[in-house]
Design a binder for this molecule. Structure first.
Ligand SMILES: [Zn+2]
Ligand SMILES: [Zn+2]
Length: 330
């Protein structure tokens, strides 16, 4: 199957304006997909309420896939993707729930990769959820989590004297393949070591702090390759969150593009207005499509709720236009 996505096609201002007008006139317009197709453009309005990044209990979120779907639909989301870390186990439930709420849907996942000594997140969208390369790639990524979590627990015991954090964190996730720092953070709040999860990350679990253990994930190119092999599009998640200098960031974008990566999150829960401007410019410079997703995890923890994001800045090609053939219509 040919990989989805070509974001170097010229932006069609006239067609987008027409679609946006139709969308603004009736935001609940159920025929948006057909309107886009009739207009001869394989895509959807630029300011579609798409939320293509969030987490369920299948990774480190606190709501089930079906509950998230209901919340997204209730908040006006028109195109939704669940992107659990290194997992596709929630996608069948997510797809069925999206359909029951009349919401268009894309397959999604968020994969951890190592780049220049940092962990970078790559969102995969619109892939075949049963593709063998994808299944194998995700299994390989997951297998390193338990070892790292045991090292973190040892570090917390040795340096801070807090015992039993591996078992404590595991209570929040069940599956050691999916254990993450967020689960440790919830446990440290539970036992009163910190008042909230932000404080946990400030005092522990981050570079240079007790409990921090670096992880060696798969490489960027390898991960982009299997997302594309499964018919999907690779998207750089929340670029504003990485601690790269300008040179390393430029290298990330150029290598990602060379490997066939095709999108970048411009509007996401952790970005500022200045980040929107910066990454819109980088999307154009590198010929990448723009994505939009809240990165919602939990009603108590997430700053931005599902579907409550700004529109994409003007002049960008949204990922949902390049992925239109991969969308499961409402
Ligand atoms: Zn992420
Ligand atoms: Zn995420």
């Amino acid at each position: 199957m040919a990989p989805a996505g070509n974001c170097t096609a010229p932006y069609n201002e006239a067609v987008n304006a027409q679609l946006n007008d139709a969308h603004l006139a009736d935001p609940a317009n159920p025929t948006l997909l057909e309107a886009a197709n009739e207009a001869g453009m394989p895509g959807l309005a630029v300011n579609l309420n798409a939320d293509l990044h969030c987490h369920s209990t299948v990774s480190d979120g606190t709501l089930s896939p079906a509950t998230l779907a209901a919340r997204a639909a209730g908040n006006g989301v028109e195109l939704w993707a669940l992107t659990d870390h290194d997992e596709v186990g929630g996608l069948a439930e997510a797809r069925d729930a999206a359909s029951s709420h009349g919401m268009a849907w894309l397959a999604g996942t968020e994969v951890s990769v190592s780049f220049a000594g940092e962990t970078v997140h790559i969102v995969g969208l619109g892939f075949d959820i049963d593709h063998p390369d994808l299944i194998a790639g995700l299994a390989h990524t997951r297998s390193g989590r338990e070892r790292r979590a045991r090292d973190m627990a040892q570090d917390l015991e040795d340096k801070v004297g807090i015992k039993g954090t591996f078992e404590g964190a595991l209570k929040y996730v069940g599956n050691p393949d999916l254990i993450s720092r967020t689960h440790f953070a919830r446990y440290l709040v539970e036992v009163g070591a910190c008042n909230d999860t932000n404080e946990v990350f400030r005092r522990f679990l981050t570079t240079g702090k007790p409990g921090f253990v670096p992880h060696r994930w798969a490489g960027l190119g390898e991960t982009v390759k299997w997302i594309r092999a499964a018919g999907g599009m690779a998207v750089i998640a929340h670029p504003g969150r990485y601690k790269f200098g300008p040179n390393a960031e430029y290298a990330l974008f150029s290598e990602f593009k060379q490997h066939g990566g095709a999108g970048v999150e411009v509007v996401t829960g952790s970005h500022t207005q200045a980040d929107y401007v910066k990454y819109a410019a980088m999307a154009i410079e590198f010929g990448l499509c723009a994505s939009r997703g809240s990165d919602f995890h939990s009603p108590g923890e997430s700053r931005i709720d599902l579907g409550r994001l700004s529109d994409l800045p003007r002049g960008l090609t949204p990922v949902w236009q390049a992925l239109s053939s991969r969308i499961v219509a409402a």
